[in-house]
Design a protein around this ligand. Structure first.
Ligand code: CUA
Length: 176
């Protein structure tokens, strides 16, 4: 079979370009610590408010006895609840997101926080914000007419000045 040399050359160029792009994506995801979302954890989105974890008074920032920081936020048309949270910089923070209705997404520009919030699943992302700032929180999956208005923000405070909420209540202790 005869392939024209010019055609061959273009063939190599296009394969090379595809290889280059895959390489850039791999290096970039390695440098920025981007992981594929793998937290396959199901939840009944229609009954979210009745679950223990995502009940209204359990949302927001919590710190357990070991000092682990967990933030629970519910995405619903058209907002994030609670509307605002404050977390410390340079500290691992685990975000647990759940949707109350349809598919939403969450994206915090300038950080590696970006995940889909699929109804029926809990999306978990652990990240650490390098420096204090006020970060916007945007829905990045089209979820209806109010999608453009679905945003919120997160304040990242210096580790030293951040006020930890009281330790999460546990069943057996009364806490102080
Ligand atoms: Cu929620 Cu778009």
């Amino acid at each position: 079979m005869h392939i024209d040399p010019l055609e061959k050359k273009w063939g190599y160029i296009s394969i090379g370009m595809a290889g280059l792009f895959v390489g850039i994506i791999m290096i970039d995801s390695f440098i920025h610590g981007i992981d594929a979302p793998s937290n396959v954890e199901t939840i009944n989105s229609a009954r979210l408010h009745l679950t223990k974890e995502f009940a209204e008074d359990n949302l927001g920032v919590q710190v357990d006895e070991k000092g682990k920081i967990t933030v629970r936020i519910v995405a619903a048309r058209y907002g994030f609840f609670p509307k605002h949270v404050t977390v410390p910089a340079e500290t691992p923070v685990t975000f647990r997101w759940a949707s109350m209705d349809v598919l939403h997404g969450v994206h915090m520009p300038m950080t590696n926080m970006s995940t889909m919030i699929v109804p029926g699943y809990v999306s978990e992302v652990t990240t650490s914000f390098p420096k204090p700032a006020k970060y916007p929180l945007l829905c990045n999956e089209y979820c209806g007419l109010g999608h453009d208005h679905m945003w919120s923000n997160i304040t990242v405070e210096a580790k030293e000045t951040w006020q930890a909420p009281s330790i999460t209540k546990t069943e057996e202790t009364g806490n102080e």
